[in-house]
Design a binder for this molecule. Sequence first.
Ligand SMILES: [Zn+2]
Length: 308
Amino acid sequence: MVTRVYHHPDFAGHVTPPGHPEQVARLAAVEHGLSDLPVERHEAPIAADDEVLRCHPAAYLAKVRRAIPTEGWVALDGDTILSPGSLAAALRAVGGIAAAVDAVMAGQAQNAFVAGRPPGHHAETATAMGFCLFGTVAIAAKRLLDHHGLSRVAIVDFDVHHGNGTQDLLWDEPRILFASTHQMPLYPGTGRADERGAHGNILNHPLRAGTGSAAMRAAYDGHILPALEAFAPEFLLISAGFDAHSADPLASLEWQAEDYAWLTRRLCDLADRHANGRIVSTLEGGYDLAALQASVAAHVGVLEERGR
Ligand SMILES: [Zn+2]
């Protein structure tokens, strides 16, 4: 089989002000990282409203739609910016992961990566936050349960920031295991180990500033992977943020591109054992452009190698 990559020109239509780290130029870095890989490319479709409503109330979607400016920018909070193209981009991020999930479930691809923006894992039920509008990975997990009829889906979030939004959206969902490593203390401030979800379905493993390759690998081998193994997911989703890289300007972990390859191999092994190798990964953070390019190449390179 093959690895699919979902992208679309509309992802560049979400424009942030000069100096904002979540910038259009990230897309070119990602595309450069993917350029040598024999992946199958597809355009990310616009999600129907109902897809967003799997996790967000209609009033929230309407509020975002109303807030979109006809020109310039509107700030929903200090970090989260809307430009005229932001809604189309965010709806294609949701639509792209839905299409990726459908293709992998249909056996048209072994795995897939959604090269979209804005990211999603900070968006809470009715609150945009931290560059994020809609909880794309949580929505995809709900789609796997409610549309595809699966009973156990796991999400691994290796972005350096805690996925507070994913945690909020899935707090009371025992059929989804949400596992996250993240720097602490750091934005957004959540993600303590004692935040476990209503059914013990959330696993937070905070890491101290300076955590490098050896300690990161020990955290996954010692804590995250055994929990995933016990849960035996039928499908694995990845919130793939690359801002734990040592070069990232927003955080202070010391991961290298090779660590993303190592972790992706471990996750492919797990998916092979429990989920017929089914993995869909979606872009979250990663703000140093050279590190982003190298890390995406490492991550998707392993997906492609293992998807053959
Ligand atoms: Zn992040």
